[in-house]
Design a protein. Structure first.
Lengths: 251, 329, 287
């Protein structure tokens, strides 16, 4: 059995007496699509913050492949291939979409430190950025500043920025949050078409989406993992039903 | 697949950074004082020096988003270094300038490690504190700096062996203007490079930067050092063209003034510091007979007005005007 | 030697108490709304000048002028908050700095215009002048008075925070603004009242400062730096932090001036930078 793309062991985090993560152990194999679900306040985004290094755990270890990354800074983890998107759009308001994705590409290629050559000269980076935007159907509006884009387009840009770093493991924090039903189809087409080389863990509230895309579901409650399993197993699990008040899902 | 042609996105980006006709007109206009106002060349050289100082602040404030209340530390450090080199017998301007720039850059590099670690109020206070510390140290070390009397005995040699620094300011303004223009070219290059894009990324969303793999502290240290070098050059120019250095060059007043100037012109627009410097220094010269209290009253009012009505400074306001005209057309 | 050390401690503590009254309002409002109000000391200066005018021109006794100083500063601050500050609650740190620095410039110019640039004279009542002898040690009467008032104010503030409903709302708003709003607390009103109180205290501080450090047109600038140091070092939103930081600052400044006069203000700035680097959120700050 090959090494997981992403795994954690015994991850703990508390703020005083508030336990936000307790003994989190998960394994995300390469190319798999896992969903992380749970009620509000269960600690899902906190877990992503712990894995990406934005929060330091009290105890525990995090591995990317066979490399331990627990001590690495957030940007170093990205360089190793671990990337996340944000639940609330965390974009560059006055940069155009093209500039934003080009920036991410330049950082990856190591161009971002060079201050002598003008940006257009780095044709390969610009082209790569443009190609990513086109593949996410943002090619036509890529010249406009980010704050002028429609909300759904901004959510796509969130993903574009993540893809520009060529991730091995992608953590999507509620990728469709706030996107109206009419626009979410495009978003999910994008997610479905993500390369099989990338392992994806996504937080989601919409059970239709979860059952459609996830190979496996992890249920978190109160900072702990309640249960993990295939969608069928989770749908049948009594404890999960209790947690969700009889199986009804959030919109 | 190798791309031998320039594609549309590249062309778009190239168009963003092309030299605009108005820029060329502006730099040609900087030659006008030689012809139109030959009696004011000393003032013109001071404006050029202040513009260079404001440009250096723009790099860290307008582009990387670092609010500094102590940027005069590098200006004054460059000033005293250049002055001391001349005082101790080596009055050649260009080498003195390079040495002062290097010294200011070294100081900037060392302090950048502190600066890059903090944000918000702590950062503002630390920049303020470091500036005040240096000013106090210079005040106490009067054996070196001349203290409140300023540095005496600064004698500059001629520039290129031909041009003397005299009371008319011809050499002073030519020298300052050329240095300003060269520094401007460097700044322009920097802003339009991938590094410049990274700086704007830090300013736009500091949280997102590490999430795309950007080593923000390293970027900040780099731009801070470059800004310190530029500020040091400006300070050295002042020392060399006026053949004197005073404690004022390190003071909080100078840090605050340059901040006002940059905001007035518009931060993050490359020309904002230059425009602000021109307006501020010309106004101050015109009203120099005025009671200093009245000056601060009007500056204060202007500052309040700019923050409320013109948050992107004069250049920002003009840009908005142009955009709305275009929208109507 | 010990007597003089004790004297330095006493004078330093009194000075620290003055800084505390001047700073506590800024610390709490900064912690609550993250609004960088660099014009805080302009309100202090206003209180000082009101006291000067009221006692010299109108002949009121010093003690009676103190509440007037407090009230005038509080009322003027409310006007500023309504008209100017409100527009910038969501604005960047820089914009708030610049707006309030502008106000400082204007206030300094206005003060110079009305009162000139000289030190303002003040007539203290006889029972506040001279020294008082306690247990064989002589203490400045005014400084004793200052310490007494400061401690009374501290106790009142802490009691109000702990035991009144308004105090609970203030604590909630400082701790987590979004949550407080969610709980139905009118954070804007809490802030407005706290801001008025804080500015009023600053005005009181300005009035009390005249005898200790003097009052001139540049007061708003000169003491801004010390107040910012107290707030940054003590931690935003913390009364205890301001108290400790102000005491430490007051005593080290006095000690520095007494034992190392050549160093000047070097020591304070150095201590501030070092402390902030160790604890960027301040000694008692959170987040």
């Amino acid at each position: 059995m090959s090494v997981s793309a992403l795994s954690t062991r015994g991850l703990d985090k508390s703020f005083g007496s508030l336990v936000v993560a307790k003994d989190i152990a998960l394994d995300l194999p390469q190319g798999e699509r896992y969903a992380l679900i749970g009620p509000n306040g269960a600690g899902k985004t906190t877990l992503i913050n712990l894995i990406t290094g934005m929060l330091r755990p009290d105890k525990g270890q995090i591995f990317l492949g066979d490399k331990e990354i627990t001590a690495l800074k957030p940007d170093e983890r990205v360089k190793c291939g671990l990337v996340r998107t944000f639940q609330i759009n965390t974009l560059f308001p006055h940069l155009s979409a093209l500039e934003a994705v080009t920036l991410a590409v330049c950082e990856r290629r190591g161009y971002a430190g060079s201050w002598w050559q003008e940006l257009p000269a780095y044709g390969d980076a610009v082209e790569e950025a443009y190609a990513i935007l086109v593949s996410l159907r943002l090619g036509a509006s890529c010249y406009r500043p980010t704050h002028e884009l429609a909300y759904g387009q901004q959510r796509l840009l969130e993903i574009a920025l993540a893809l520009a770093t060529q991730p091995k493991v992608l953590l999507l924090d509620e990728p469709a949050a706030g996107v109206p039903q009419s626009e979410s189809a495009e978003l999910f087409a994008v997610i479905a078409n993500l390369s099989q080389d990338i392992a994806v863990l996504f937080i989601e509230h919409d059970m239709n989406v979860v059952f459609r895309f996830a190979h496996r579901i992890i249920v978190m409650v109160g900072g702990r993992i309640l249960v993990q399993g295939t969608p069928q197993e989770i749908a049948a699990d009594m404890r999960v039903r209790e947690v969700y008040l009889g199986g009804a899902h959030h919109g | 697949m190798a791309l031998s042609t320039v594609t549309e996105p590249q062309r778009y980006l190239a168009a963003q950074i092309r030299w605009q006709p108005i820029e060329i007109a502006f730099w040609l206009a900087t030659l006008l004082p030689f012809v139109l106002t030959p009696n004011y060349l000393v003032l013109a050289s001071h404006i050029a020096i202040t513009a260079l100082f404001a440009l250096s602040l723009d790099l860290i404030l307008g582009y990387a988003g670092i609010v500094s209340l102590g940027h005069a530390a590098y200006f004054g450090f460059g000033s005293y270094t250049a002055g001391l080199i001349a005082k101790w017998g080596w009055g050649e301007p260009l080498t003195g300038l390079v040495l002062a720039a290097a010294a200011a850059g070294a100081l900037g590099y060392v302090t950048s490690f502190i600066i890059a670690r903090f944000r918000h109020l702590a950062l503002i206070m630390i920049t303020l504190g470091l500036g005040l510390l240096l000013a106090e140290a210079a005040n106490s070390a009067s054996w070196l700096t001349g203290g409140a009397d300023g540095l005496q005995g600064v004698r500059m040699w001629t520039l290129f062996g031909v041009f003397p620094f005299d009371l008319y300011g011809t050499t002073a303004y030519s020298y300052s203007l050329v240095v300003l223009f060269l520094a401007f070219l460097v700044a322009r290059r920097l802003i339009n490079s991938p590094f410049g894009l990274a700086l704007r990324g830090i300013r736009e969303n500091a949280i997102r930067m590490p999430a795309i793999g950007a080593p923000s502290p390293a970027h900040i240290r780099k731009v801070y050092t470059i800004a310190a070098v530029m500020a040091g050059i400006a300070g050295a120019l002042l020392a060399q063209t006026t053949e004197t250095v005073s404690l004022e060059t390190l003071s909080f007043a100078r840090s605050a003034d340059v901040l006002v100037i940059l905001i007035l012109g518009g931060a993050g627009r490359l020309y904002g510091g230059i425009v602000g410097a021109i307006i501020y220094m010309v106004a101050r010269d015109q009203f120099s007979g005025m009671n200093p209290q009245y000056w601060y009253f009007w500056i204060g009012t202007l500052l309040i007005a700019v923050v409320i009505f013109l948050p992107n400074g004069i250049l920002g306001g003009m840009a908005r005007l142009v955009r709305s005209e275009r929208g109507r057309a | 030697m010990i007597a003089s050390a004790f004297g330095v401690l006493f004078d330093g503590f009194a000075y620290g108490m003055l800084l505390f009254i001047l700073s506590v309002g800024l610390s709490v409002t900064l912690g609550m709304m993250n609004f960088v109000n660099l014009a805080h000391c302009s309100f202090a200066m206003l209180g000082g000048f009101v006291t000067v005018t009221v006692t010299n021109e109108l002949g009121w006794p010093f003690l009676a002028s103190l509440p007037v100083a407090f009230l005038s500063a509080a009322l003027v601050s409310v006007a500023f908050e309504r008209v100017l500050y409100r527009r910038l609650y969501g604005a960047s740190d820089l914009d708030q700095c610049l707006l309030t620095i502008g106000i400082v410039f204007v206030s300094v110019a206005v003060a110079a215009y009305i009162y000139g640039t000289i030190q303002q004279p003040l007539n203290l009542p006889p029972y506040l002048r001279g020294t008082v002898s306690i247990l064989g040690q002589s203490f400045g009467a005014y400084r004793l008075f200052l310490i007494g008032i400061s401690i009374a104010i501290t106790v009142a503030l802490v009691a109000a925070l702990e035991y009144t409903r308004f105090g609970a709302q203030v604590r909630a708003a400082v701790d987590n603004q979004r949550m407080a709003r969610g709980l139905g607390i009118d954070v804007d009103r809490v802030f407005a009242v706290t801001f008025a109180l804080g500015s009023g205290l600053a005005g009181l501080g300005g009035a009390l400062a005249i005898e200790i450090v003097g009052l001139d047109h540049a007061f708003a600038f000169t003491y801004l730096i010390y107040v910012l140091i107290v707030v940054a070092v003590g931690g935003l939103g913390s009364i205890a932090g301001s108290f400790v930081a102000a005491s430490v600052l007051g005593i080290s400044d006095m000690a520095g001036k007494y034992y190392f006069p050549e160093l000047g203000a070097f020591l304070i700035y150095f201590v501030m930078v070092a402390l902030l680097m160790w604890r960027p959120m301040g000694l008692f700050g959170r987040r």
